[in-house]
Design a protein. Structure first.
Length: 446
């Protein structure tokens, strides 16, 4: 292996990036997440870590954007010399040829690392995501669905999943072929030899099934065993980290545990949400019952000619709630029935701009009310909103083991108002119904 890093990664959105950081940090692997390629001074501040990441936005970008922006990011990660360089995608794998094209990202990484094939792990039982014979399944409200029949992801407003067979799904995004190490192969007594033969013949991608903690451990051992001395590029969800952690623990490379002091309750926090997910809808409604005050923000007003005035009105409403000692949730939709995506998409660049404006609102609330804790809800929203807070890096403050994927983080940067800010980035589908109060109260379990 080259260098002292076990792993480097690029997250295709910000919530997914903190998901990886949480998985690693919870198992004793010190990790830092940078929002951009850091300068040498910032990099040296975190020279002690064993894993580092770059938080990106490729999940909501075009293949042309990836060629221009993702290529140098992956090249920088390659130069870090980690044993594994991971392109992290959402565990629901939602993507399309035009937006968040996973095939394009794999092609870029494969060429940069000069590999005959790219390993791929998507299943993550910790997140209730499972792959069986190449098909993806995900839980929702206590029931597991094939991803193309999932009540939410089959209707995603930007990249709905209409195909559960990941190899077929990828075939619409790349000419690379995708081999499969299926559950039957992983369960054989001569699994290593069978996997070696599949790897020797692979010339595009090689997907490892993961439907349980047992198959996850088997996939992790295989992935680590096959890692070449110079390191290599892999793709997939945070299931990559969870699988590798199993192998690393077996070999005594990582502690496997870590302790995190309770950060305590914050009297007031601010939440901005651009999510249309029914999960976030339930969380907002639950938060209202738990002492939060909800503020509806019309997304079309923000994006219109009077956008600055609408933004100032949202800030004033949030500050008024904070002035009464309460925690505001400013949201642009309350569930799928309130989704105005069709109207929003008629405005060029609107989704990115909406995220930026929500971030600007949150920055003002944090600075003017001197808040110490905040939340951004929505995967794409988080990717664009966080950049408005002048944050340069994140580290894990409090993992949420019962609902992994949305930890409370500490922000690092040069801006006095947000340096040290405790912030959580929550994907639309992530978290229990009481998530916002859980973050407000600093609880690891809820």
């Amino acid at each position: 292996m080259t260098g002292s890093l076990l792993l480097s990664y690029y997250g295709d959105d910000f919530t997914g990036s903190t998901d990886v950081m949480e998985a690693l940090a919870s198992n004793g692997v010190e990790t830092v997440l940078f929002l951009d390629i850091p300068d040498e001074a910032l990099l040296q501040r975190f020279s002690h870590v064993r894993a580092l990441g770059l938080a990106g936005t490729s999940r909501s970008e075009t293949p042309e954007w990836m060629q221009e922006k993702l290529t140098p990011a992956l090249a920088w990660l390659k130069a870090r010399g980690a044993a594994i360089c991971h392109y992290k995608v959402c565990s629901t794998f939602d993507s399309s040829p035009e937006v968040g094209n996973i095939g394009t990202a794999v092609e870029i990484g494969k060429a940069l690392f000069h590999q005959p094939y790219v390993p791929l792990i998507v299943g993550a039982p910790q997140l209730k995501r499972y792959t069986a014979f190449g098909h993806l399944f995900a839980a929702y409200q206590g029931e597991v669905y094939r991803i193309d029949r999932h009540p939410v992801m089959s209707r995603h407003p930007v990249t709905p999943m209409h195909e559960a067979d990941l190899r077929r799904h990828l075939s619409g995004q790349t000419l690379l072929s995708t081999g499969l190490v299926d559950l039957a192969t992983l369960g054989l007594t001569d699994a290593d030899a069978r996997i070696d033969r599949l790897a020797a013949d692979a010339d595009g991608m090689l997907l490892f099934d993961v439907d349980s903690f047992s198959s996850q451990a088997q996939a992790g051992r295989a992935l680590w065993r096959l890692t070449p001395p110079q390191g290599w590029f892999v793709a997939g969800s945070s299931g990559v980290e969870y699988a590798l952690l199993s192998a690393w623990k077996e070999q005594g490379l990582v502690p496997g545990t870590a302790s995190f002091p309770n950060p305590g309750k914050a009297e007031r926090i601010a939440v901005v949400s651009g999510s249309v997910s029914p999960t976030t809808e339930r969380q907002i409604r639950t938060a209202i019952a738990e002492g939060f005050e909800a503020i509806a923000v019309d997304p079309l007003s923000l994006l219109g000619e009077e956008g600055e005035r609408a933004m100032e009105a949202a800030i004033a409403a949030g500050l008024e709630v904070l002035g009464r000692g309460l925690s505001p949730i400013l949201y642009t939709a309350l569930g799928p029935s309130a989704d105005r995506g069709g109207e929003i998409d008629r405005i060029a660049g609107s989704r990115h701009r909406l995220g930026n404006m929500l971030g600007a609102v949150l920055h003002r609330l944090v600075a003017e009310a001197r808040l110490t804790r905040a939340v951004i809800a929505g995967g794409d929203t988080s990717s664009h909103a966080l950049r408005q807070l002048d944050v340069q890096a994140l580290t894990t403050l409090l993992p949420l083991p019962q609902t992994p994927g949305s930890p409370l983080c500490t922000a690092h940067g040069a801006n006095a108002a947000t340096n040290g800010l405790q912030i959580a980035l929550k994907g639309g589908q992530v978290g229990a119904d009481g998530y916002f109060a859980q973050i407000r109260d600093g609880l690891a379990a809820a």
